[in-house]
Design a protein around this ligand. Sequence first.
Ligand code: FUL
Length: 491
Amino acid sequence: MISRRTLLAGFPAVLAAARTVAPPSPYGAVPSPRQLAWHELEVTAFLHFTVNTFTDKEWGYGDEDPNLFNPEKFDAETIVGALADAGMRGVILTCKHHDGFCLWPTKTTVHSVLHSAWRGGKGDVVRDISQAAARRKMKFGVYLSPWDRNNAQYGTPEYLKIYRAQLSELLTGYGPIFEVWHDGANGGDGFYGGAREKRTIDKNTYYDWPRTWEMIRAMQPEAVVFSDVGPDVRWVGNERGMAGDPCWATFDPVGEDGGAASPGNVRTKESNSGQRHASKWLPAECDVSIRPGWFWHEAENARVKTPAQLTSLYYQSVGRGATLLLNVPPNRDGLLAAEDIASLQGFGAYLRGTFTQNLAARARADATHVRGNDKQFGPAQLLDGRPDTYWATDDKVTSADVTLDLGRPVKLQVIRLKEAIRFGQRVDAFTLERWQSGYWEPLVSSTGIGPRRLIHLAAPIIATQLRLRITQASASPALSEFAVFAEAAPG
Ligand code: FUL
């Protein structure tokens, strides 16, 4: 028989157990830890640099003399410093573009810096950029073109061994890699060791991508792999830096003919918006160049995107839950052009000026529903700036409101919402309102929130209270942020 004493001793534990409210169950596809880390980067830089910089081309044929590559003032610290100052959190270098010229002293080919006059053949762009990035606490990633217009073996199984050996040199010799970038271009004609002919490969089978991806996983388990079909990050379907609205993080790629998809063979129209309820977490990355071309061309010095244009791209990419991969190509000196640096500075100043201070950080938050009435799922979690805490409702609730009382009239123009995406993309639609002398005035209604949704109002407004109405959700909402910002003057 259990004594009264034993019963009482066990009571607080029983009570505590009853009070523990479980987190929501995940809905649909969810991100992996490497994808979660990648989402946080928001803006990363692309560096397109190779013999093309010196030949004024966009696609080198593969017959270039390596001595052409001679960026006498190349300075990785200066380049990476300008990117870091603009708020970029990672940098991806074209270690090899379609011309096959390798920016590191590879053992796999003589078409490389090792055989150029630059620094007496002792230079290594990959080493210098990766080390400068590490010093600025930026992540480093590699672009290695599968198409190689220089290599005599291109098109045969032998080339795949070379491609994988190059990847292995990059993945083992230069510290942690955050992203491996495979583009889908396979243009056909090239030098190919002197053959000067057209070579066509089967995009679906030739590269045997699953085997290469396994290799990347083994060598750099934290790296995300980018291509038209992922497996971690998908191309957004255009090179203009624009994600669809909405841009779902879930996607099941389909080939151009409706069959199997592979890098270079995907219905890119669908890549732009993703698909609601698809089976894979495969978020979009928006690659775009600060100039018309990917490589530096003197004739384009006057056509560098302005800070206002970059800011607009930021809202159309990062603001829709994608990341922005902004290309800033070094010039023939091996430095960024003054025009590009000026634009980056303006863009960086705008981001810092706008997003440093969350005007709702000290607001009072109320919600119509709180999961298990438990404070750990309360709306205050939306304001603490932490990605791991969140407001959630009970499982059966699929529409709910959060009200923010800012305590005084506040001038604002940008609102940032984030779902707690480790539980999947749950919200389908929402409306944002402000309290306006006796009624709730709708400001905007939209579809999907996901990793990040920025609402950039056309003009500043004054508000004391804001209300977010989750009007439709496929599973009970779980949000990690509701932040409010004033807009800085464009840089
Ligand atoms: C494409 C390439 O053909 C372009 O030259 C550039 O590198 C772009 C980012 O990817 O596939």
